[in-house]
Design a protein around this ligand. Structure first.
Ligand SMILES: Nc1ncnc2c1ncn2[C@@H]1O[C@H](COP(=O)(O)OP(=O)(O)OP(=O)(O)O)[C@@H](O)[C@H]1O
Length: 693
C-alpha cells in the first residue's frame, strides 16, 4: 500500500495565568492560526495549524483539532497526540483535564467508542489499551504495576512494542475511561514510587489499539492511537525524555542520523516522529513573564518540528494470519539450513529471533489477547492493591471506591444525584436557620423593649397594642418558618439516609470489609455526624421552650400593664401551662440524658466490636504465620532429606567413580602385563622356531 508524506501538525496552547502568577504580566496574544509572544522587548509571531488562548476549553480543542484525526485512526491510520512544552506549561492539564473540564484523552476515549459503535453490525472491532510511564529510562506499567522487566522490541511486521507491558481488552467507552482514570490515579498517588519534582521528568503514554474486521472481507484494519504527556523539555535536564524528543527534532532538521535509540521514549515514538503515524504536537506555553524565554523556545522548536519532521503514513492492514504463515515458512527453511550447515552460529541466532517473532505474532489473535487480558486483569488487582497498601490508606480508599463505582454505574449516578440534592438542602437549611435566628433575636429584643415599657408604667395604650401586635406577628412568622425548617430538615435527613444506604451498600461489596482500620475511620465519621445531628435537635428544642416561656412571661406582663386582672379559671389555666412548660423542659433534659447514655453505649459497643475484630485479625494472622512456618519447616525437612539423598547419591557416584577409575587402572595395568606376557611368549616362540630350523 502506498504511503503519503505528511508534516507534523502543531497546535499551540497558552494556559491561563495562575493565581500565584497574577500581576506577572501577560505576554501572549492569540488570533486564529497566529500566536504572538513578547520576549526581551520584541514581539515574536508564529503560525501553526491552530492556536488556542487560555479560555478555550480542551473539549473545544478536541473538536476543532483532534476529532478529524481520531476518525482517521478509525480508518486504519496510526495517530499520535503529544504534548511538548516546559515544566508547568499545562501539558498534563491539557491531556487529562479535570472532572469539570475534561482533557484531550477523556475526549478521545469517549469519541472512539461512540464512532465504533455507530458502525456496529457492518464491522467487528476489538480494542485494547496499555498505559506506560517512563521515568529515568525505566518503564512502569500504570495499569498493572508489576516488577517484571519490560523491554522495547521491534517486530519486523508489527513494529515497535514494549515486551511485558499489559494490554487490556476494553469493550466500552466507560471501560476505556475507567482504565485511563485508574492509571492516572496510580500516577497521581505515586504508586509507581515517583514523587514531587520527579514527576515532571516522567512521560506518560496511553496506547489505544484498534482492530476492525469488515463482516464481508477477511482483511481487517489495525491502528494505534498514541497519547503522550511528555516530560518537560528543560534545557538543563539532560536526562529527560522531553530533551530526547528535542534532539530528534534537531537531528531531523539537520538530516542524517536521527538518534531515536538515545531514549526509551524516542524509541517508542519513532513511528510518530518520522514514521507511520499522523502526529499532532501540542506546543504548551505559560503566559507568565518569567516563563517567556522557555515559551519562546517551545514555539521555535515546535516550528522546527513542523518544518523538518516528515511522516509517511498509510492504512495498516490487519495481516496476522499471513504474517504467521510467512514466519512459519521462513522458520522451516532456516531449520533445514541449520541442519545442513552444521549449526552455523548466525543461522541459529536468526532462528531464535524468528521463533520469538512468531510467538509475538501468534499473540495478536483476538482470542489470545482476550485470554492474556483476563490474566493481566487478575494480576493487576493484586499488584494495584499491594502498591496502594505501600502508599497510603487514602490510596486504598480511592482505589476501593473507584472499583465499586465501576462495578455499578447506576449506583454512582444515584450517589452523585443524592449528593447534589443533599448539598442544596443543606444550603437551604442553613439559610432558613440564619433567617429564623435573626427573627428570634428581633423577637427577643421586642419582648425586652415591651417588658421595659410595661414595667415603667408609662406606656400609652396605642403603643402597647402596636408592640403586642408586632410581637404576635413575629411570633407567628417564627412558628411558620420553624415548621418549614423542620420540613427541610426531614427532607435532608431522608436524603442523608438514602446516601448513607447507597454508600454502605457499595462499601459492603468492596474491600473495606476486610480493612478494620478503614472501617473504624468510617464508623467514627458516621458517629460524629449522628452526634452533631442529635446536638442540633436538642439545641432547637431548648430554644423553643425558652422562647415559649419568655413569650408567656411577656404576655402576662402585658396583661398586667393593661390593668387586667385574672379570674380564677384563667389563673389556673396559666398555672397549668407553666406546669406543662416545666414538664416539657424536664422531658427535654431527660431526652438529653438518654441520648448521652445511648451515645456512650454505642461508643462502648463499637470499641468492643473493633477490639474483637482486631483480635480476630491478629489470630488469623498468627494462624497464617503458623501455617506458613509449618510449611516452611516441612519444606526445610524435605529439603534436608533430599539434600541428604543427593549427597548419598553423590557419594555413591564418587565412590563408584573412584572404584571404576581404580578398576580401570588395574585393568590397564593387567592389560599391559598381559601385553608384556604375550610379547614375551611371542619372543619365546620366535626363539623356539629359529632353533627348530
Ligand atoms: N487550562 C488550564 N486551566 C486552569 N489551570 C491550568 C490549565 N492548564 C494548566 N493549569 C494549571 O497550571 C499548572 C501547571 O499545569 P500542569 O501540571 O498541567 O503543567 P505540566 O506542563 O504538565 O507540568 P509538569 O511538566 O511539571 O508535569 C497546574 O497547577 C494546572 O492546574
Amino acid at each position: 500500500m502506498p504511503s503519503e508524506t505528511v508534516p507534523l501538525k502543531i497546535v499551540a496552547r497558552c494556559r491561563p495565568l495562575l493565581e500565584s502568577e497574577q500581576g506577572s504580566g501577560k505576554k501572549v496574544k492569540v488570533s486564529g492560526h497566529n500566536i504572538t509572544l513578547e520576549h526581551g522587548g520584541q514581539e515574536n509571531s508564529f503560525t501553526f495549524d491552530n492556536c488556542y488562548a487560555a479560555e478555550v476549553k480542551a473539549n473545544q480543542i478536541y473538536r476543532d483539532s483532534c476529532d478529524s484525526l481520531i476518525q482517521k485512526a478509525l480508518l486504519g491510520y496510526n495517530v499520535t497526540l503529544m504534548t511538548f512544552g516546559a515544566t508547568g506549561s499545562g501539558k498534563s492539564y491539557l491531556m487529562s483535564g479535570t472532572y469539570d473540564d475534561p482533557g484531550i484523552i477523556p475526549c478521545v476515549n469517549r469519541s472512539v467508542f461512540n464512532s465504533l459503535e455507530a458502525s456496529k453490525g457492518k464491522k467487528e472491532f476489538f480494542v485494547t489499551v496499555s498505559f506506560l510511564e517512563v521515568l529515568d529510562e525505566k518503564m512502569l506499567d500504570l495499569l498493572n504495576p508489576h516488577s517484571d522487566k519490560m523491554r522495547v522490541r521491534e517486530h519486523p511486521q508489527l513494529g515497535i512494542y514494549v515486551d511485558g507491558l499489559s494490554e487490556l481488552v476494553v469493550h466500552s467507552g466507560e471501560e476505556l475511561a475507567h482504565l485511563y482514570e485508574q492509571g492516572n490515579r496510580a500516577r497521581k498517588i505515586g504508586m509507581t514510587g515517583d514523587v514531587g519534582a520527579h514527576r515532571s521528568r516522567a512521560t506518560a503514554i496511553f496506547f489505544i489499539n484498534i482492530e476492525q474486521k469488515d463482516s464481508s472481507s477477511k482483511v481487517g484494519l489495525r491502528s494505534t492511537i498514541t497519547q503522550v504527556d511528555l516530560a518537560g523539555i528543560e534545557s538543563a535536564d539532560t536526562s529527560s525524555s522531553g530533551k530526547a524528543v528535542l534532539e530528534v527534532i534537531k537531528a531531523s532538521e539537520q538530516g542524517g542520523h536521527v538518534p531515536y535509540r538515545n531514549s526509551v521514549v524516542t524509541r517508542l515514538l519513532q513511528e510518530s516522529l518520522g514514521g507511520n503515524a499522523i502526529t499532532l504536537m501540542f506546543a504548551t506555553i505559560s503566559p507568565a513573564d518569567k516563563s517567556s524565554h522557555e515559551s519562546l523556545e517551545t514555539l521555535q522548536n515546535a516550528r522546527r518540528a513542523n518544518r523538518s519532521v516528515k511522516n509517511h503514513v498509510k492504512v495498516n492492514l490487519e495481516e496476522t494470519t499471513s504474517i504467521i504463515s510467512d514466519l512459519r515458512d521462513e522458520i522451516t527453511q532456516l531449520r533445514s539450513k541449520v541442519a545442513m550447515n552444521n549449526n552455523n552460529k548466525d543461522d541459529v541466532l536468526r532462528l531464535g529471533e524468528l521463533i520469538h517473532d512468531l510467538q509475538v505474532a501468534k499473540r495478536q489473535t483476538w482470542e489470545e489477547k482476550e485470554r492474556m487480558s483476563a490474566k493481566f486483569e487478575e494480576e493487576r488487582k493484586i499488584n494495584l492493591a499491594n502498591k496502594a497498601r505501600c502508599v497510603s490508606e487514602q490510596g486504598i480508599l480511592d482505589w476501593v471506591m473507584d472499583t465499586k463505582k465501576q462495578g455499578n454505574k447506576d449506583v454512582r449516578e444515584r450517589i452523585l444525584l443524592l449528593q447534589k440534592e443533599k448539598d442544596q438542602l443543606t444550603l437551604e437549611y442553613k439559610r432558613k436557620r440564619e433567617q429564623i435566628n435573626e427573627m428570634k433575636e428581633k423577637l427577643q429584643t421586642n419582648i425586652a423593649a415591651y417588658s421595659k415599657l410595661a414595667e415603667s408604667g408609662q406606656a400609652r395604650e396605642s403603643d402597647t397594642k402596636q408592640k403586642v401586635t408586632a410581637i404576635h406577628e413575629l411570633k407567628e412568622k417564627v412558628k411558620k418558618e420553624t415548621e418549614q425548617l423542620k420540613e427541610t430538615k426531614n427532607r435532608l435527613k431522608d436524603v442523608q439516609d438514602k446516601l448513607r444506604a447507597e454508600k454502605e451498600a457499595v462499601q459492603d461489596q468492596g474491600q473495606v470489609k476486610g480493612n478494620a482500620e478503614l472501617r473504624q475511620i468510617l464508623e467514627r465519621e458516621e458517629r460524629k455526624r449522628l452526634e452533631m445531628e442529635d446536638h442540633a435537635v436538642v439545641v432547637d428544642e431548648l430554644e423553643r421552650v425558652k422562647l415559649e416561656t419568655q413569650h408567656q412571661k411577656a404576655e402576662i406582663q402585658m396583661a398586667v400593664s393593661q390593668g387586667r386582672t385574672y379570674d380564677q379559671t384563667e389563673a389556673m389555666d396559666m398555672e397549668m401551662e407553666l406546669v406543662e412548660l416545666r414538664g416539657e423542659k424536664s422531658v427535654v433534659s431527660l431526652e438529653i440524658q438518654v441520648l448521652q447514655e445511648e451515645k456512650m453505649r454505642l461508643e462502648k459497643s463499637l470499641e468492643t466490636a473493633y477490639k474483637r475484630q482486631k483480635e480476630e485479625m491478629e489470630i488469623q494472622q498468627l494462624q497464617h504465620f503458623q501455617t506458613f512456618r509449618q510449611y516452611r519447616e516441612m519444606f526445610e525437612e524435605q529439603k534436608t532429606v533430599l539434600e541428604q539423598r543427593y549427597r548419598n547419591l553423590l557419594n555413591d557416584a564418587i565412590q563408584d567413580a573412584v572404584f571404576l577409575s581404580t578398576r580401570n587402572n588395574e585393568l590397564v595395568q593387567e592389560n599391559q602385563a598381559l601385553k608384556q606376557e604375550i610379547a614375551e611368549q611371542k619372543d619365546k616362540l620366535t626363539a623356539l622356531g629359529g632353533r627348530a630350523k
